[in-house]
Design a protein around this ligand. Structure first.
Ligand code: GRG
Length: 317
């Protein structure tokens, strides 16, 4: 409840900016997607077996560690705007969650962010060992593309190719990997607000952009609609990231399920260190409002997506 806590302490407008003050419907939808994801990931992840079973155990450990399944929710909910069959959307959502999980497993490694706690549990390299964690990440990354390429994902091979290319771009050196590179160099470099936004847009934003566009790709929507959803994701992603930085600055490791205070310890610039806690909070609220407003062209069917950014700036993990 990071933003609410700040409001209680310092006053200010409601987190929802006058919109979603009651998140019950959204929370129920998030919980339902989470259950659906567990079911489909259970089927799609390899069953540990043979002499190489250890890597598959580690893949499962990381995937079923209790993530929020936020990216899958974005895929599933954006796909509903285009009446995409749930089976297709859930496969794409599962592929993206596999990709996201790989990034967390590798990010936690000693050679990267060197973390021992994730989602309230020992990180994968702590639970297993470093080599197994590297391989589990590799296994999840490649599984993501296997899932997208499968004919059950969409009857059109062209759509499947677009999904594969879209996820590869988002996860690669012009997306998440590029952002991670910037992040690794961050303690040795001076970053202004624009640099931080670029870093975040690549490191965490690119997968969110893919998540929101994926529904439109599955629904074979036009370029302008795809761009609308990407713009929503950019604002949403930055609001999400600022909240993550607020959690890192003023949250507790217990509630967050991971170490906090790391950015400051590592001397990394964030929008919180640049704008201050109040400034960052105000920016997150502005971005949440702008994300919701991007969806003005849709009807009530987009309400869950409109509410989501407000919900996420109100989280504590
Ligand atoms: C190793 C190539 C490579 C990339 C790593 C995403 C990333 C890049 C690192 C994660 C570092 C981090 C904690 C970033 C903050 C924002 C973020 C992505 C948080 C984790 O996402 P959530 O909150 O996680 O959706 P859950 O656990 O709910 O799935």
């Amino acid at each position: 409840m990071i933003v609410r806590e700040l409001q209680a302490k310092h006053g200010g407008s409601p987190a929802a900016g006058g919109r979603a003050t009651d998140f019950r419907k959204l929370d129920a939808a998030l919980a339902e997607t989470s259950r659906e994801m567990d079911r489909i990931l259970e089927k799609l992840l390899p069953v540990p077996g043979g002499r190489h079973g250890r890597v598959q155990e580690a893949m499962r450990y990381a995937v079923f560690a209790g993530g929020k399944r936020l990216r899958p929710f974005l895929v599933a909910t954006s796909a509903k705007l285009f009446d995409v069959p749930a089976r297709s959307a859930l496969r794409v959502a599962a592929a993206l969650e596999a990709m996201h999980t790989y990034s967390l497993v590798h990010d936690d490694l000693p050679c990267m962010d060197d973390d021992t706690l994730r989602r309230g549990k020992p990180t994968t390299h702590v639970q297993f060992d470093e080599a197994t964690a590297v391989l589990a990440g590799d296994g999840l990354l490649t599984l993501a593309f296997e899932i997208l390429a499968g004919p059950e994902t969409h009857p059109s091979a062209e759509v499947r190719c677009q999904l594969v290319a879209g996820l590869a771009r988002a996860a690669g050196s012009e997306g998440m990997v590029g952002g991670q590179m910037m992040d690794m160099q961050a303690p040795d470099e001076t970053h202004d607000a624009a640099d931080v936004v670029t870093l975040q847009r690549l490191k965490t934003g690119a997968l969110f952009e893919f998540a929101c566009e994926a529904g439109a790709i599955l629904g074979q929507a036009g370029a302008d609609i795809r761009e609308t959803l990407r713009a929503y994701a950019r604002d949403f992603g930055l609001a999400f990231q600022i909240t993550d930085d607020l959690i890192d600055t003023i949250g507790s490791a217990n509630a967050a399920g991971k170490s906090v205070g790391k950015d400051k310890d590592q001397g990394k610039a964030t929008l919180v260190s640049i704008h201050g806690i109040e400034g960052a909070r105000a920016e997150a609220e502005k971005l949440a409002g702008r994300a919701a407003a991007r969806l003005a062209g849709f009807g009530v069917e987009a309400d869950l997506l409109r509410d989501l950014p407000y919900r996420l700036i109100d989280r504590d993990r």
